[in-house]
Structures are given as structure tokens and as C-alpha cells.
Design a protein around this ligand. Structure first.
Ligand SMILES: CC(=O)SCCNC(=O)CCNC(=O)[C@H](O)C(C)(C)COP(=O)(O)OP(=O)(O)OC[C@H]1O[C@@H](n2cnc3c(N)ncnc32)[C@H](O)[C@@H]1OP(=O)(O)O
Ligand SMILES: CC(=O)C(=O)O
Length: 535
């Protein structure tokens, strides 16, 4: 390695093993394979697939994984040291590790006197033999072995001599990396760094030290960074920080910190830009909502809401960002709300393709948005309504359709409920009057509006309501509260948009969000000339 080559930190991903210990996650074998392929594309060094001695699903994962080609990562089978008083070859869990057919195994063993005596309920000497013999047995079967020293930091605090003896057994047995685990996740960065340095001093520079840190004190990432800074060369963690209890060190944050802050290498050249996509993919497969506020890869990680920030960002891209979001595959966004100034509106309008916004119009839009947010609207998740608001305040705006009146009725006849809506609109100069029944008032309104628009705009048939969310804003007003309606839409393609309505009348709030939804889709779909020619 030349002096200019940055130190390489091995990324050991345990999203499928420790991540599978998250409350609420239950991967199928297919889920595990899909995530493993994505991690391999990302370029991590190791993918811990599961504990083959634990359950048939994990055993099947390794059977399937053997049939695939892995371009960057080594698939790792996880297990424990042999049980007390058994030979490794007689322990079914150790045999399952061999049978998993991976080149690499990771085994965990105890390093703390308390854990050996109170949890394993065996002697300190027997635990040392369990570690050394299991590592040596796996090595004799041709496996590379990574040794996870469970509860190492607690054990080291309690009895450093014994904790180091445990590591020594694994090293003598042939483990290639000694991984110090903060299993209970309670340590702080400087404590972790000091222990990593003490271990390195004890074993010398030839011994590879790794780390596996949990997030119970909220320091999983900080502890990982501190340990690497102190000399650790291998870091374990999970995508999105999934894991037992509060989770593991979040690799979506650890990896960019290694590459962009510590200036070391963790992934193959050019692969860091895949991180944002991997984070979303894993959340999707795990069936967890992505954490928008996650550092680096969250949707809000580079979203600017405050007017002062957006104004400064227009003047210099580093004004309120610590890195260029593109480096991790993320993007800068502007959020429009009552905290906006003109800069938010100009930036958002440009992103929405509305470039003819002057300072005066920008200021007017800000004023209207602030007033409407005071009434109960919220525009930050309803960009289509923002676009329409800008268009409607533009002097040359011609609406696609105008409402004259609507009427809604909800009836119950015995067990049967019926909702009916009538709507009177002007659509491109023609008055249209429609009525429709529905299984509820929103459905009746929507059907009546579609009927009115479809003869002029047949593309209405493709427009679908994807989600309808209602929020009561001032609950202490009881049934007289202001209601906010947010509607998400799609048209069967990739295109999605969201609209908002608000008011004390839930049907009127719904009408506003419904009408915005159709008008936005149809305006965007209309050729410019057709819009110009409208009366
Ligand atoms: C820190 C970590 O996250 S380690 C990974 C933890 N993950 C899991 O536990 C998930 C998978 N686990 C399982 O499927 C099951 O717990 C199994 C198959 C491993 C074991 O199941 P069982 O045999 O029914 O045992 P049970 O789960 O009740 O108890 C754990 C056993 O492991 C033993 N054990 C715990 N750590 C170790 C170790 N490092 N080496 C050897 N044995 C260990 C315990 O002493 C206990 O055995 P004992 O009751 O004979 O003393
Ligand atoms: C090995 C492991 O998962 C831990 O100690 O937390």
C-alpha cells in the first residue's frame, strides 16, 4: 500500500442477522437474498446472513446463497462457541456453521466474568477452552474465522486481564479479526477509543481489531467512528441501524463518516453514491417506514425549510449543508411552509418548472401560504398545491375548470348507506352539471368530478387516489375542529403528486384537495398551446 492509499476499513454488514433481531422485522428467505444482492452491489466486505443453527429459514438462506455469485462480499455464517462440556464437532450449532458452506464464519463468545459465571454458568477456564477450541475447529475445517467478543467492553471494565485472555484464545485458535462488542450499547466514544487502544497495545499492530457497537446510549455511530479513529480496521453494523433493542451502529451513517470525514476507504471507488438507494431498498423489504431524518440518507437530510437557510443556500451551496448530498446519492430539497421566505418559493417554483416568478409574485405567494397555513393548510407535503397556488396568483392564469357549486348528501336507509354529490362546473367555457352516488361522500364527490371532467380530459381515467389522510388540528374544539385533508395521487406510471385542503367542513377540505389533484395532473399533462387558447 502506497503512503497515499487511505487505510481500508472492512465493512461487515449484519442487517440480515443482528438486523433480523429487530422487533417488527421478519425476513423471508427471498427478502434476505434480495437484501444480500443489494449489499453486494454496494460493495461491503462481509454479509452476515444469519445463524444456520438457529432455524430452518437461516439454514435455507445459506443453501440458496451458495448457488449465487457474489462479486464484492463474502457471505458469513454466524454462531456461538461450543456449549460447555461438549466437543465442537458434537455441538449441532457448530456443525451447522460448517455445513452452511461459507468461507467465513463469525462466532461469538463470552469475555466477561459476570457473563461466564452468571449466564453461561460455567467456569472461567471452560469458557477459555470453548473459545479456543471452537475457533481452532472451524479453522481445521478450512474456515476463515471472525471472533465476536460479546460484552467485551463491560468485561474489560470489570476484569481486563480475563477479557484479554478470552481474545488471546481466539487469536491463538486462528481468528483473523478480534471484534470488540459493546453488546449492551452503554459505552461512550472516549471509553470505546481507550479500550480499542489498550487492546491494540496488548496484542501489537499485527492483530486486526474490529468493533460491533449497539446504540443503547445513542452513541452507536459515534462509538464506531471513535474506534476507527483509534485504529480499528473492521466495523460491524446494519443498514438503517436496525438491530436488537435500540439497534446497531447505522452503516448508512458510519460508511460516509469513514469515507468523507475520516478520509479512509470503506467501499469500492464510486460506490458511496448507492447508499441512499440501498437504505430505501432495505427499509422497503423490511417493511419499515424510512427514517426521513437519518443523517446522510434520510429524505430530510438535505431538505431546507427555514426561509433564512434557503436564501443563504441560493447564495452558496455550503451555507447549510456539510457535504454535497449527491456524494451519498441524496438530493437537496426545498420545503415550502409558513416559515418560508421568497427564496423558498423561487427555488420550489423552479424545481416545479415554473420559472417566470418575479420578486413581487414570490412575495405574494409567501403571504398567501402563511395565511393559509394559519387557517390549517400545510404545504410541505403537498407540492402540487404549491404549484397551483403559484399558477393561480400569476396574472396570466386561466383555470382549467371553475366550481359554481356542489351539494353533498349522506343518507342511511335502515342498514344501507348512500352518499350522493352534485357538482356544477365550467370546463373550458362549457357549463357542466353532474351527479353521482358513492359508497361514501368522498367517493361520491370524486365520481361526480370525474364525470364532469372526463369528456374534455379523457386522461382523467388514469388518475388514481393513492392515499387520503385526515388530521384534526385543534382537537379541543371537538367536532367543530379544523380538519386538514392530504391526498396522494398517481396515474399508474411513476408520477405521484400530493394536494392539501383544510377547513372546519371536512367535505369542503376534501373538495379543495380533490380539485387540486385533478387540476394539477391535467395542467401538467396539457400542451402549453391548449392552455393558452382556453377562455
Ligand atoms: C449478542 C447477540 O446478539 S448473540 C446472537 C443472539 N441471537 C439469537 O439468540 C437468535 C437465535 N437464537 C436461537 O435460535 C436460539 O436461542 C438457539 C437455537 C441459539 C438456542 O436455543 P436453546 O438451545 O433453546 O437455548 P436458549 O435460547 O434457551 O438459551 C441460550 C443458550 O445458549 C447458551 N449460550 C449463550 N451464549 C453462548 C456462547 N457464547 N457460547 C455457547 N453457548 C452460549 C446459553 O448458555 C444457553 O444454553 P444453556 O441453557 O444450555 O445454558
Ligand atoms: C455479537 C453481537 O451481536 C453482540 O455482541 O452484540
Amino acid at each position: 500500500m502506497s503512503a497515499a492509499t487511505p487505510r481500508f476499513i472492512e465493512i461487515f454488514d449484519t442487517t440480515l442477522r443482528d438486523g433480523g433481531q429487530t422487533e417488527g422485522i421478519s425476513y423471508s428467505v427471498d427478502d434476505k437474498l434480495r437484501i444480500a444482492r443489494k449489499l453486494d452491489e454496494l460493495g461491503v466486505a462481509f454479509i452476515e446472513g444469519g445463524w444456520p443453527g438457529s432455524n430452518p429459514k437461516d439454514a435455507l438462506f445459506f443453501e440458496q446463497a451458495r448457488k449465487e455469485t457474489w462479486n464484492h462480499a463474502k457471505i458469513v455464517a454466524f454462531g456461538a462457541t461450543r456449549r460447555a462440556k461438549l466437543k465442537p464437532e458434537d455441538d449441532p450449532s457448530v456443525r451447522a456453521l460448517v455445513d452452511a458452506g461459507t468461507d467465513v464464519c463469525a462466532i461469538f463468545g463470552k469475555s466477561s466474568v459476570l457473563q461466564v459465571e452468571e449466564v453461561l454458568r460455567t467456569t472461567l477456564d471452560e469458557n477459555l477452552r470453548m473459545i479456543g477450541e471452537t475457533v481452532a475447529y472451524l479453522r481445521s475445517k478450512g474456515k476463515r474465522v471472525i471472533y465476536d467478543a460479546e460484552h467485551f467492553f463491560d468485561g474489560f471494565d470489570q476484569n481486563p486481564t480475563y477479557a484479554l485472555q478470552c481474545l488471546g484464545e481466539a487469536h491463538q485458535g486462528g481468528a483473523e479479526t478480534l471484534v470488540l462488542c459493546d453488546t449492551n450499547g452503554g459505552h461512550l466514544p472516549w471509553e470505546v477509543a481507550a479500550t480499542v487502544q489498550a487492546v491494540q497495545k496488548h496484542f501489537g499492530p499485527a492483530v486486526r481489531v474490529g468493533i460491533h457497537l449497539h446504540d443503547d446510549s445513542g452513541c452507536g455511530v459515534a462509538n464506531s467512528v471513535a474506534a476507527i479513529h483509534a485504529g480499528a480496521v473492521h466495523v460491524q453494523g446494519t443498514i438503517n441501524g436496525y438491530g436488537e433493542r435500540c439497534g446497531n451502529a447505522n452503516l448508512c451513517v458510519v460508511i460516509p463518516n469513514i469515507e468523507l470525514k475520516l478520509k479512509l476507504r470503506a467501499l469500492p471507488e464510486g460506490h458511496l453514491v448507492r447508499l441512499h438507494e440501498v437504505a430505501r431498498f432495505v427499509a422497503e423489504v423490511a417493511n419499515f417506514a424510512p427514517n426521513d431524518q437519518m443523517a446522510y440518507v434520510g429524505e430530510s437530510a438535505f431538505a431546507h425549510k427555514a426561509g433564512v437557510h434557503v436564501s443563504a443556500m441560493q447564495r452558496h451551496p455550503d451555507a447549510y449543508q456539510h457535504i454535497d448530498p449527491k456524494r451519498v446519492g441524496n438530493e437537496m430539497r426545498v420545503v415550502v411552509s409558513e416559515l418560508s421566505g421568497r427564496a423558498n418559493i423561487v427555488e420550489k417554483a423552479a424545481q416545479l418548472g415554473l420559472t417566470n416568478l418575479d420578486q413581487q409574485l414570490g412575495a405574494r405567494v409567501v403571504e398567501v401560504i402563511k395565511a393559509k397555513e394559519h387557517e390549517g393548510f400545510s404545504f410541505e407535503a403537498a407540492e402540487a398545491s404549491v404549484a397551483l397556488l403559484v399558477r393561480r396568483l400569476s396574472p396570466d392564469h386561466r383555470p382549467l375548470f371553475t366550481l359554481h357549486d356542489y351539494r353533498g348528501m349522506v343518507n342511511r336507509h335502515g342498514d344501507r348507506q348512500v352518499a350522493e354529490a352534485t357538482i356544477k362546473l365550467t370546463v373550458q367555457g362549457h357549463e357542466v352539471h353532474t351527479a353521482a352516488e358513492g359508497n361514501g361522500p368522498v367517493n361520491a364527490f370524486d365520481t361526480a368530478l370525474r364525470k364532469a371532467l372526463q369528456p374534455t380530459f379523457p386522461q382523467v381515467a388514469q388518475i388514481q387516489l393513492a392515499d387520503y389522510k385526515v388530521r384534526i388540528l385543534n382537537g379541543n374544539s371537538g367536532t367543530g375542529a379544523i380538519t386538514r385533508v392530504l391526498i396522494d395521487w398517481h396515474d399508474g406510471s411513476e408520477r405521484r403528486w400530493s394536494t392539501v385542503g383544510a377547513g372546519t367542513n371536512i367535505l369542503d377540505a376534501t373538495w379543495l384537495a380533490l380539485a387540486d389533484g385533478y387540476e394539477y395532473a391535467l395542467t401538467a399533462a396539457q400542451p402549453a398551446e391548449a392552455k393558452e387558447s382556453k377562455a
